[in-house]
Design a protein around this ligand. Structure first.
Ligand SMILES: [Zn+2]
Ligand SMILES: [Zn+2]
Length: 354
């Protein structure tokens, strides 16, 4: 019988999350055991809580979600070389891959056909049918998928960097967002607010598109140079043909053509938000101007570490509201109304009193 630990479990489709005891996976030679300190809430977790169509297709129950978290290493396997007990570390959406495919060899584990997601993938530890994530007392992860946190300040705001952070950082690095570029960010939520911070930190002229004019103060505080109310056609028209890059963070239905028309020649819009319904695209908006519509998922492990180091040097964290785990179901309800600035981060110490 293995050791047990506390975790927040989705055990049935029709109920929310409940504290239960689940087995602690064995620490293999290359594994570290992390005591989770702060665990942030990603939109993906809410899909599972809601048990929406996507969750039904992909996720078995019981399930422990959470793929943006930080903690302290409590135990290391016999062959671990990078980490020691006491190190502050983080984990994102991936906990393993095949290490051998062309994507892995290029350091792009996010495209590995055999990637192991932090929750919901078959678990090689075999203590549970699938991997369990970070809404938990502890987690066991292969050291090559563990990230070093450069500073111990702001663990709550560092946790979201492991998904929301890298999801916005990676496309900006890939498509060369730098000083002298004009960059748009559509949607000021969990992803968008990180996009604004990174675009600003890279030195780009940063424009936030939002449907609510009352987000102006906040957008400027986060690093935007300008804000455009996307419902105002005149305001949009002033920016026609001028953007090098527009990061689309919107998960709701929206008119993508309005943004394609704002791109300069060879400009690009990567989607990082995922609307449920297919977007309708006017071909001529892409053809004239040789513009691109693209997409991008998280990042590889090396790039995620690079992002964390960049955030350490630039003093960047996510803006978070810290909650005890007892408020999780309320937090999910608030997220459904976009009532959070801009990420919830769970103080996992509160799991002890459950
Ligand atoms: Zn996520
Ligand atoms: Zn691979």
């Amino acid at each position: 019988m293995s050791n047990m630990m506390k975790a927040l479990v989705k055990s049935k489709p029709e109920v929310g999350l409940w504290m239960e005891h689940v087995p602690v996976p064995e620490v293999g030679p290359n594994d570290v055991l992390i005591r989770v300190k702060k665990s942030a809430i990603c939109g993906t977790d809410v899909h599972i809580w809601n048990w929406d169509q996507w969750a039904q297709k992909t996720i078995p129950v019981p399930m422990v979600v959470g793929h943006e978290f930080c903690g302290e290493i409590a135990e290391v396997g016999s062959a671990v070389s990078k980490f020691r007990a006491g190190d502050l570390v983080g984990v994102g959406c991936l906990v393993d891959s095949d290490h051998t495919c062309p994507n892995c060899r290029d350091g792009l584990e996010q495209f590995c056909p055999n990637m192991v997601l932090t929750y919901g993938s078959p678990d090689r530890h075999k203590t549970a049918p699938v991997t369990y994530g970070g809404y938990s007392d502890s987690i066991v992860v292969d050291e090559s998928f563990v990230l070093r946190i450069p500073t111990n300040r702001g663990l709550a705001g560092t946790a979201p960097l492991h998904c929301a952070g890298i999801t916005t950082y990676s496309p900006m690095r890939h498509w060369g967002v730098t000083k002298g570029k004009k960059v748009g960010v559509v949607g000021l939520g969990g992803l968008g607010h990180m996009g604004v911070k990174f675009a600003h930190a890279f030195g780009a002229h940063t424009v936030v598109f939002t449907t609510s004019p009352n987000k102006k103060e906040d957008a400027l505080r986060l690093g935007a140079d300008e804000i455009v109310v996307s419902r105002n056609a005149d305001e949009m028209q002033k920016h026609a043909g001028s953007f090098d890059f527009i990061l689309d963070c919107v998960a709701a239905e929206h008119d993508i053509n309005a943004y394609i028309n704002l791109l300069a020649r060879d400009g690009n819009i990567p989607l990082v938000g995922a609307p449920e319904k297919p977007l309708s695209v006017a071909a001529f908006s892409l053809i004239f101007g040789r513009r691109s519509l693209s997409g991008s998922p998280i990042g590889g492990i090396a790039e995620t570490q690079e992002m964390l180091d960049f955030c350490g040097a630039q003093n960047i964290t996510a803006d978070v509201e810290v909650i005890p785990i007892q408020k999780i179901n309320e937090a999910y309800e608030r997220m459904a109304r976009s009532d959070v600035k801009y990420r919830f981060s769970i103080d996992m110490a509160s799991l002890k009193s459950e």
